[in-house]
Design a protein around this ligand. Sequence first.
Ligand SMILES: [Zn+2]
Length: 368
Amino acid sequence: MSGYRYDLPFSIMDVAGILNLRIRRRGTRSVYTDCPLCGDTRGKMNLNLEKNQFRCNYCQAGGGAIGLYASVYGVSNSDAYREICEILYGNTSPQECKMIAAKERQIALPESAELASVFDRSQTYEIMLSQLTLTRTHLEKLKQRGLSEEMIQRAGYKSTPAFGFDSLADTLLSKGCVVEGIPGFYQKNNGKWSLHFTSRCSGILIPFRNIAGLIQAFQIRLDKPFIDEKGHETKYIWFSSVDERMGVSSGSPAHFVGNPCDETVFATEGALKADVAHFLSGRTFAATAGAGNVEPFRELFSLLKANGTQNIYETHDMDKYKNVHVRAGALKLHNLIAEMGLQTKIMNWDKNYKGIDDFLLSKHRNEG
Ligand SMILES: [Zn+2]
C-alpha cells in the first residue's frame, strides 16, 4: 500500500477539485484533466493518484499537489499549503487536518498484486487458451497473413471471449491455476476473480513467449483499432489488469520464436509479424511490441548470446527509410546489439513489401 506514506492532509484530487479542473478520462491510478498552466483542453494533464503528482504531457509542467496550486495562483509553496488547508478544513489545526485526511484515505486506492512467476503465468495462460476458441473471422484473417491452420494452432492464437469472464476465472481456479499476479486477472469487490476483457477491446490474443516457449503476456490485436490523441492508430493493446483491484501490469516483454541456439536471429517489431516470418522462413525471430521499444531485447539477447547466437539481423519495416520513429528504433536496436558484443546486420528487401512477413509471404507464394 504505497500511497499512504504520503503525509499531506490532502491529495492531488483535492487540489484538482479546488482548481475545478475538467476531468477528461479517469483510471483508478491516474486521471487526465485539462491543463490550467498551458490552457490545454484535450486532457493532457496526468494526475498520478498514487504519487500525488501532476504532469502535463503538453507543456511538460509537473510536480506535487502543493506545486500545482502554487503554480496556478503564482503563490509560494507555504502559502499554497495554508490556503489549501483553509479551503478544505476551515480553521482546523494542521494536526487535526492530517488525522481527518488519514481516515479518509483508508479507502483510497485499490490494492495491486505482484507479478507471478513466468511458470505460473504460462500455465494459467495455456489453460485459459484451452478454454477459448478462435472465431472463423479471426482464423481467416490469420490465414490471409500466410499461416496454415496447424501453425495457427501451434502459436496458440485465440479470440478474446465476449462474456463469461467470472466463470472462466472459476474454471481456471478449479483446475488449480494461479490467478493472483497474472496480468489481466483481477478481484472484484465481492472477492470473486475475473478477467479484464471488454467488448471495446475484442480481438485476437497474441501470446508473447520467452526463449523457453513459456507465455509471459498477451497482446490483443484489436478488431476495432483506436485512434489516439495524436491521430495514431493503435492496433495492439496489452492484456493487463493494472488499474484493477489486485490486478497487475503485463509489462512489455520480448517475444521469441524458433531455435534458442540459432547462430543467427532476426529481430523485428510485433509478435504476430515474428511468428508469421518464422513459420514462412523457418528462421528464428525475436520481437518487441514496438519499433522504439528495444530495451526488452536486452535480457533475451544475453540468453541467446550465452547459447551461441552471433548475428542479429535488424528486420524492421521498410518504412524505416521514411518513418522517423521506425528509423530511430532501428538505430537504438543497432546500438544495443553492438553494446552486447553481437554482430549487427541490416536486412533490406523490395520496398514494395512493408514488413519482413509481407516480403516472405510474397516469396512463399511465388515459390509455391
Ligand atoms: Zn500544460
